[in-house]
Every structure is written in C-alpha cells, then in structure tokens.
Write a protein that binds this ligand. Structure first.
Ligand code: ATP
Length: 235
C-alpha cells in the first residue's frame, strides 16, 4: 500500500555480549495490520520484539514508530510512545489476583482501557477476577498477559508466542481475541511457530532466519507456500 508504515525496522543488528544475533533484520508494519514473525527456535524473533521495546541494550540500526526514531530511546520512553510487549513467559504476578494484576501496569497513554473495558473483551477474566495468578489455567494467564498490556494505551502490541503450550480450543479463543483487537484498530506484531494459526490471524508473515528476514508471505499465499514454509520452519 502507499501509506506510511506505523512500524519500520531497518538494518537492525543486536548482540548479547559478544554474540551477534540479529544481522540486519528489516520489515514494515502498516497501521492496523497484523504481521507475524515466523521462524525456527533461535532465529531471532523474540530478540527483534525486545529490540523494538528497547529491552536489548546492544542494538543498532533503525526502528521508527509513527515516523519517530526509537533506536536510542530507553524502554520507558518507547512504552510512552505507544508500544507494549507481552512476553512468552507471560510474567503474571502469582500472589496477586486478576484485578490486582490488571491494576499494576501504568496507563502510559490516554486511551488505556479501564479494567471494565478489559473485562468486556475477556469475560472469562471477569469471572476469575478474584482468583490468584497461580490458580489460573495457562490460557487464562495468557489472556491476562494480553489484557494487562491493553491497560497501557499502547496501539502497537508485540505478542511473543501467545499460543505456546495451549490446547487447541484455547488457541482458537486467543485467535478470536487477536481478530477483535485488529477490528478495534490495534496494530500487532506476533511471534509464532504455528503457521496454520498465524494464517488465521495475520495479514502478512515475515520469515526470519539467523537474524535476517528471508521471505515475506501474505496470508492468502500460505496454502500455496506450505512446502517452502515447512523447509523454513524445519517441520
Ligand atoms: P525462540 O522461539 O526460541 O525464542 P527466537 O527466534 O525468538 O527463538 P531468540 O530468542 O531471539 O530467537 O534468540 C536468538 C539467539 O540469541 C539464539 O541463538 C539465542 O540462543 C540467543 N539468545 C537469546 N536470548 C539470549 C540471552 N539473554 N543471552 C544470550 N543469548 C541469547
């Protein structure tokens, strides 16, 4: 499309100590798009999301959000710009209940959802409102982790493998939530291993190998790209 991307990552390099893990990764995300980063374990997908969020300290290249360069900003300023990251490990506070977990994140931008608005989107969490973090199922924890970042008012959501380890029926519910968020106008970058799921929620897919983007596939081409994808993902 001819519109300016909301997020543009160009020539991104990142290191953990001496270990150089991103080698010039680049991709664009249009406003309102859902895009996935697909690739094998260790390809650099999580590190890419962490660089966008500013939590990998050794990073170089360009990350622009709404035209503004973020590469040198600390993560608190990146959050205030309107970006939120939902980690794979979910990081629910075990000793706090659902409502308390939802009260923790700072509302960093006007427009952050209230707890009631979040419950409108996640009726299951409302039912579980006074349950402690440890008492929640994996799917409920994942919903809470996503719900929590909606409180911040971010309009770009970075979701790291939200379906990891969840039963198929819960994966479907997570898919419904992602589609509902897209319908509300959120822009989403999703790390996924499961390209069947990815094709049901995302518009486009960037294939990541060894810290680089090696291919871009639109969802309507996923079916005809099965063999290629199996090779990329080693499945
Ligand atoms: P996964 O699905 O396993 O998370 P990924 O594509 O997200 O895979 P990354 O987690 O970004 O890959 O990892 C990229 C590379 O960086 C891998 O070689 C990994 O071992 C290494 N790595 C990741 N985190 C660290 C860390 N904190 N310290 C050192 N090396 C790391």
């Amino acid at each position: 499309t001819g519109t300016a991307p909301l997020l543009s990552v160009q020539d991104l390099n990142a290191w953990y100590g001496e270990s150089h893990v991103l080698h010039g990764i680049g991709f664009d995300v249009q406003p309102g798009e859902v895009v996935t980063l697909l690739g094998r374990n260790g390809a650099g997908k999580t590190t890419t999301l962490k660089c966008v969020m500013g939590i990998v300290s050794s990073r170089k290249g360009s990350i622009t959000f709404d035209g503004r360069e973020l590469i040198k900003l600390p993560s608190n300023q990146i959050a205030r710009a309107g970006i939120a990251f939902c980690p794979e490990e979910r990081a629910i506070f075990a000793s706090l209940d659902v409502v308390e977990n939802l009260m923790l994140p700072p509302v960093v931008k006007p427009g952050g959802m209230t707890v009631d608005e979040v419950f409108g989107l996640f009726p299951r969490l409302k039912e579980r409102g006074s349950s402690q973090g440890t008492k929640l199922s994996g799917g409920e924890q994942q919903m809470l982790a996503i719900a929590r970042i909606l409180r911040t008012g971010a309009n770009l959501l970075l979701l790291d493998e939200p379906t990891e380890g969840l039963a198929p029926v819960i994966v479907q519910q997570i898919g419904d939530i992602i589609r509902a968020l897209k319908a509300k106008g959120f822009t989403i970058v999703l790390v996924e291993q499961n390209f069947h799921f990815a094709s049901t929620v995302a518009d486009r897919h960037y294939v990541v190998e060894e810290g680089r983007v090696v291919d871009m596939i639109a969802s309507d081409a996923i079916a005809s790209s099965q063999e290629k994808l199996k090779t990329y993902l080693g499945v």
